[in-house]
Design a protein. Structure first.
Length: 284
């Protein structure tokens, strides 16, 4: 990750090559320290970042200080069954339109935060996360990317026991438990990516490679998802779209494999960075 917006100790900053510039302090107060306000003023933030001079004060990036880059989105959409290889491994037909569920904002977790295991059937799902920058309703595919602030790495952690505890399934609850949405480490603008439509995505669990694919394998592309969602919902700055996971989740393996206490989940997307989350038992 060469350039992106970070939440550095609760303050919005721009990270460039490992150095963090505080938006409010280094802009002389013209920009906000609030990450959500920064996203609402995204074009101004990028223009400011492009004009940064070498004389502007900065500090080294401290990963231990990184919080969720988008801490309070109004809406979080999840997309089910959105990779061809995942549909194949699950033995399910390719959907004709996006399969949408929700994740509640309480699930969001910092890039290196712990994942609390709510049962013995908690699963991993490496995902590209879209951050809306410019909102709207009825967005056409050809203009959809102009509404994107950037991309992040995400994990759609899922409690399969809760998710499939009834009929119909409890998708939103099974994916919205506290700590079940690690995101970050930064919101990376599309201009910083060589090919935003084709990024390598991997997930390792306890040192073993579980998922390895490319975002070009999505069934519904990012522009298609934005256009489809905005037919029904007015998108707002900071809204998140978890765009689906590739093959390799634990619940369809033979034998099935679920997360265990002490496991480390390492999720990487080309050009966006890495999440590293340790699994622990619930506290309290």
């Amino acid at each position: 990750m060469k350039l992106g917006m970070v939440n550095h100790g609760g303050r919005a900053g721009i990270c460039i090559d490992g150095r963090v510039y505080d938006l409010e302090r280094d802009s002389g107060g013209t920009l906000s320290a609030d990450p959500m306000r920064a996203l609402a003023e995204w074009e101004a933030v990028l223009c400011w970042a492009e004009d940064l001079g070498s004389d502007v004060e900065s500090q080294p990036l401290d990963r231990a200080s990184l919080l969720a880059p988008v801490p309070a989105p109004e809406k979080i959409f999840g997309v089910g069954l959105n990779y061809h290889d995942h549909a194949s491994e699950a033995g399910l037909a390719v959907p004709k339109s996006p399969l949408i569920f929700t994740k509640f904002p309480n699930c969001l977790q910092r890039p290196d935060g712990e994942v609390e295991l709510s049962s013995d059937r908690v699963d991993w799902e490496a995902e590209l996360v879209v951050v809306v920058g410019r909102g709207g309703r009825g967005i056409v595919e050809e203009q959809a990317l102009s509404h994107v602030a950037g991309f992040m790495v995400g994990q759609d952690i899922s409690d399969r026991r809760l998710q499939f505890s009834g009929k119909p399934p409890q998708f939103s609850m099974g994916k919205s438990i506290d700590t079940f949405g690690p995101i970050g480490p930064a919101v990376v603008p599309l201009s910083a990516l060589e090919d935003p439509a084709d990024l390598a995505i991997t997930c390792d669990v306890a040192g073993e490679r579980m998922q390895e694919s490319r975002t070009s394998e999505m069934i519904f592309s990012v522009p298609e998802l934005i256009s489809w969602l905005s037919r029904y919902c007015t998108l707002k700055p900071g809204d998140l779209i978890f765009t689906g996971t590739p093959a390799g989740v634990g619940s369809v393996r033979d034998p099935r494999r679920y997360l265990a206490q002490g496991d480390r989940i390492v999720t990487t997307i080309e050009g966006l960075g890495t999440l590293e989350n340790r699994c622990v038992l619930p506290r309290g």
